[in-house]
Design a protein around this ligand. Sequence first.
Ligand SMILES: NC(=O)c1ccc[n+]([C@@H]2O[C@H](COP(=O)([O-])OP(=O)(O)OC[C@H]3O[C@@H](n4cnc5c(N)ncnc54)[C@H](OP(=O)(O)O)[C@@H]3O)[C@@H](O)[C@H]2O)c1
Ligand SMILES: *[C@@H]1O[C@H](CO)[C@@H](O)[C@H](O)[C@H]1NC(C)=O
Length: 309
Amino acid sequence: MGLLLKVILPLMGLGLAVYFYSAPENFNEEMLRGKRVIVTGASSGIGEQMAYHLARMGAHVLVTARTEAKLQKVVERCRELGAASARFVSGSMEDTAFAEEVVKEAENTWGGLDMLILNHIGHSYFNYFDGDVDHIRKLLETNFLSYVAMTVTALPMLKESEGNIVVVSSVAGKAPGPFAAPYSATKFALDGFFSSLRHEFIIENVNVSITLCILGYIDTDNAMQAVSHAIKVAPSPKEECALEIIRSGALRQHELHYPPGIVNGMLLLRGLAPGFLDTLIRSNIVRFGQPVPQAAPGTSAQPPSVRER
Ligand SMILES: NC(=O)c1ccc[n+]([C@@H]2O[C@H](COP(=O)([O-])OP(=O)(O)OC[C@H]3O[C@@H](n4cnc5c(N)ncnc54)[C@H](OP(=O)(O)O)[C@@H]3O)[C@@H](O)[C@H]2O)c1
Ligand SMILES: *[C@@H]1O[C@H](CO)[C@@H](O)[C@H](O)[C@H]1NC(C)=O
């Protein structure tokens, strides 16, 4: 089982990745010079790293998240790295009015927009589903509806620039594991909405690309804190992940699978042997240092009484 997940599956996936995702056009960092880019969830993790790459490439960046103090530091660093310009707007994406306000800020300062990178996520828990419907509603607002609202508001500018929409999702939005039901639901929603919208753009000759990023486990502080005790797979570096996201967006690819080996391998198995993939996923996730209990006939796992953070 371990050998399969760590060696054979990634190799199969890599082969497929080379076959399907060898881009016809080569990426050149000059493609981002002078481009006007919004990055959400850019106060930490992958979003912060994307801001730094874009700055280094000479783009105009507008970063957003809730924590003003962190955004201030990110903007300072972007200026040092050579951004054409760097600014921030702080606020919570739980409110779709704020999501629209961020796009308006880009319109007012730049008079247009080339790339919209939707990356933020609200806090959820890594545990058995606790029955909290209100939490799911709030998480959908933050992780999904705000993405839709920003897309709607930005679309006239993106049509004008023949720009790019980049949506950061997860393996949990294609082949879910346990303990992330609310999060997984919001990521599936993104695939449904944006993959449908992409069809419509193609049918109507709207030349705005949509790139859905299916990410595996990445070494950001928040992700490591939440799941490092529970996931047996080693995380991939956030710096490289951030660069791959920008690259696939600029190349107008429909999907990014990163890291390619594991993610392509999983998606391939999902089609060929979904039951086997599910077993493999469960066997690679442990909870509180314990293997996930196998459901015995007539028993059911008890949900914990306190929600963990
Ligand atoms: N890391 C992984 O293993 C992994 C795996 C698969 C997919 N992904 C995806 O990659 C993306 C980035 O993940 P990450 O690990 O870099 O996350 P992260 O470090 O936790 O960053 C999340 C960002 O979202 C912001 N945020 C949180 N709540 C918000 C709210 N209510 N309104 C606006 N902004 C909010 C945070 O800043 P504030 O707290 O300052 O608001 C932060 O900038 C996410 O879409 C995630 O689903 C990550
Ligand atoms: C779509 O836009 C890109 C970027 O401007 C351009 O390279 C490409 O030729 C356009 N495609 C069509 C069909 O107009």
